[in-house]
Design a protein around this ligand. Structure first.
Ligand code: SAM
Length: 281
């Protein structure tokens, strides 16, 4: 019997949850990828992964001039909550972190308490394909490098539309395939984190149109993708022995191979990355 789309979505979500909840992934992402931020950084002014990653958050925040203490924002696939704490700190806004990994959510809650931001930042376990929030609640839907994990991205964009107030904004980044990427060249890239496919700037534009979002704005910042994965691989190589003591050698070696596939695909211009901003009329 063929699995239904819903069954496939549940299966992929389970695989992703198990992936991020594993101690090996948790150690790798928290110690090597960028600390509280596990997305691609902006490398115009630094080669430091954490600083570059934080620059992406600041850059996205600058694109929303209305952020203030009155703003209700939800971060879809919020990881350890680095962006949420930055936004709560800078703008006093209310942030809901929605994330599938409870291991990351526990770290997120601990850091919120330690930084006395737990009144502004709340953490919810769940999937962005079925957001446990009422319609028309949020001013901003935010997401960084998370929607790639869905095999029903149109549903994620539709959910964002549903929970946004009229006039609300969705802003997100995502590692994507280039619009002119040849078919079947990305399998090694997809395998690293158990993906079925990648979105693209043009597929997200189609989804935005279908959901009746207006004012699709993209900022193509793809050149940072190769730099980011190269920097992560360098750090992993530099810390190889110590990382093998907290994650298994097998995991670290497989991760190094996986990262190299992303670097090679970026060098071949098969990947894309940047921000997309949409408005609900
Ligand atoms: C590369 S990490 C990015 C984390 C965070 N946005 C950041 O930039 O630091 C991808 C995140 O997406 C989350 N995720 C994957 N699938 C999800 C889903 N269906 N619903 C909610 N979160 C999901 C993972 O748990 C993980 O935290």
């Amino acid at each position: 019997m063929k699995a239904s789309n819903t069954d496939q979505a549940h299966t992929l979500n389970k695989v992703t949850e198990v992936y991020y909840d594993s101690p090996e992934a948790d150690n790798f992402y928290f110690n090597i990828w960028g600390g509280e931020d596990i997305h691609i950084g902006l490398y115009e002014e630094t080669q430091d992964i954490s600083q570059a990653s934080r620059a992406t958050v600041a850059h996205m925040a600058n694109a929303i001039p209305t952020l203030s203490a009155d703003t209700k924002l939800i971060d879809l696939g919020s990881g350890y909550g680095g962006a949420a704490r930055y936004l709560a700190n800078q703008f006093d806004c209310n942030v809901v972190c929605l994330n599938l990994s409870d291991v990351q959510n526990e770290t997120n809650r601990r850091l919120n308490l330690e930084q006395k931001l737990d009144k502004l930042v709340s953490v919810v376990h769940g999937s962005f394909e079925n957001i446990p929030e009422p319609a028309n609640k949020f001013d901003v839907v935010w997401s960084q490098d998370a929607i790639l994990h869905s095999n029903n991205r149109e549903q994620v964009i539709a959910e964002a539309w549903r929970i946004l107030k009229p006039g609300g904004v969705m802003i997100y980044t995502d590692p994507m395939q280039a619009d002119n990427c040849p078919p079947d060249v990305l399998q090694p890239v997809l395998d690293r984190i158990h993906l079925d496919s990648l979105g693209s700037f043009s597929s997200y534009k189609d989804m935005a149109d279908k959901c009746r979002f207006s004012g699709y704005q993209k900022e193509d910042m793809t050149h940072n993708l190769r730099i980011h994965y190269s920097r992560v691989l360098e750090e992993l190589e530099r810390n190889f022995e110590s990382m093998c003591t907290i994650s298994s050698r097998d995991y670290i070696e497989r991760m190094m191979v996986g990262l190299q596939h992303w670097i090679d695909a970026a060098k071949s211009d098969h990947l894309a990355w940047g921000t997309i901003k949409l408005t609900k009329p």
